[in-house]
Design a protein around this ligand. Structure first.
Ligand code: NDP
Ligand code: GDR
Length: 328
């Protein structure tokens, strides 16, 4: 039975990936941090067959211990401070976790594997946020990186460290440059879930306005369940490599609002949505659209869920959740 260790098991992708790997017959280990993690119950309920190990990406010894217990064939490094807006307010912490944390994980792999690095394959959760200021459209593996946030800069460090371990030590290390991917499990701080929750609450009469930041930014949004499959496919290749994972379509935040409100029968949201500078970023990533040709050709990966279906799925899920929370 193949063995996998996932960091970031409490996150959106960690849960989908754990489900995917358990379904394939893997023995799955998940790294969980803190002495009383509030998401522990959620993980236990959702993926009860995952063995949880305590550890933190800033603590190399905890990662090494996790490696020694899990003895993984595959390591998926999904743990990170992942909210871009937060990264300006906590730039050092973001650098330590999202940037240097990758190096800690790579070192834990190297120290665990000793002189047989071929026994472990490594996946790094890189991000389209690394592209930042638009250099080329659509963005592909070779596009110049110009990050625009402390988060993006930290991800660039992790990305190149992953490449460096591949080139220096021959580690089977892959970096997935994933564009935004969403689901009903998305954290409520991210724009899609913020919108889907608010739209559901407005429909149910629990809220009357929605305060947003920049409505002009454009993102290439896909479904998280599809994207974790691409991660797994990368580690099944004969060699490690870097891949853009995206839908190849882009939509503005305004279009996201159109689709989400129309899912509950509201066609004109102009009187409901307000804008506030507190949700604007010091530097914005204006346009993301990925070219997933390499992932399609080499990994045989294609996204299954389109933008409208994704947003509608999230709104419908939040209608059920918000109705239950309100006792309606
Ligand atoms: P989430 O924010 O949902 O999950 C992040 C995970 O990282 C959580 O499990 C969190 O644990 C964990 N984590 C945070 N700090 C630490 C730490 N110090 N040590 C160990 N674990 C820690 O992110 P997603 O699931 O959406 O994303 C997964 C990865 O993919 C992240 O690295 C993200 O940056 C990257 N990514 C995501 C994209 C997306 O659109 N979703 C696109 C491209 C890249 P806890 O619950 O304890 O806080
Ligand atoms: P992003 O996702 O920064 O792309 O990072 P997020 O959903 O936070 O923002 C997307 C875009 O929406 C604009 N926006 C708002 N965003 C939030 N969160 N809240 C608002 O009220 C709001 N109004 C407008 C933002 O300015 C931005 O342009 C996500 C994360 O998952 C990263 O970890 C990942 O690496 C990238 O996607 C790819």
């Amino acid at each position: 039975m193949a063995r996998a260790l996932i960091t970031g098991i409490t996150g959106q992708d960690g849960l989908y990936l754990a489900e995917l790997l358990l379904g394939k017959g893997y023995e799955v280990f998940g790294l969980i941090r803190g002495q009383n993690n509030p998401k522990l119950d959620l993980v236990r309920r959702t993926v009860p067959d995952v063995t949880l190990l305590t550890g933190d990406l800033t603590d190399l010894s905890s990662l090494l211990r996790a490696m020694e217990v899990a003895k993984p064939d595959e390591v998926y490094n999904l743990g990170a401070i992942s909210f871009v807006a937060y990264s300006w307010e906590n730039a050092m912490l973001t650098s330590d976790v999202t940037g240097k944390g990758v190096l800690n994980m790579l070192e834990a792999v190297r120290l665990y594997a000793g002189d047989d690095l071929s026994k472990v394959r490594f996946y790094q959760a890189s991000s389209s946020e690394m592209f930042g200021k638009v250099q080329e459209v659509p963005q592909r593996e070779s596009t110049l990186l110009w990050p625009r946030s402390p988060y993006g800069v930290a991800k660039v460090f992790g990305h190149y460290m992953t490449i460096n371990y591949r080139e220096s030590y021959g580690l089977h290390a892959s970096s997935g440059i994933l564009f935004n991917h969403e689901s009903p499990r998305r954290g409520p701080e991210f724009v899609t879930r913020k919108v889907s929750q608010a739209v559901a609450r407005i429909k149910l009469g629990l809220q009357d306005e929605l305060v947003m930041g920049n409505l002009d930014a454009k993102r290439d949004w896909g479904f998280a369940g599809d994207y974790v499959d691409a991660m797994w496919r990368m580690l099944q290749q004969p060699e490690g490599d870097d891949y853009v994972v995206a839908t190849g379509e882009t939509h503005s935040i305004g279009e996201l609002l159109d689709v989400a409100f129309s899912a509950v029968g509201i066609e004109d949201w102009s009187g409901i949505v307000k804008q506030d500078p507190r949700f604007m970023r010091p530097a914005e990533v204006d346009l993301l659209i990925g070219d997933p040709a390499k992932a399609r050709e080499v990994l045989g990966w294609t996204p299954q869920v389109g933008f409208r279906e994704l947003v509608t799925m999230m709104v419908e899920n939040d209608l059920v959740e918000q109705r239950a929370l309100a006792g309606k």
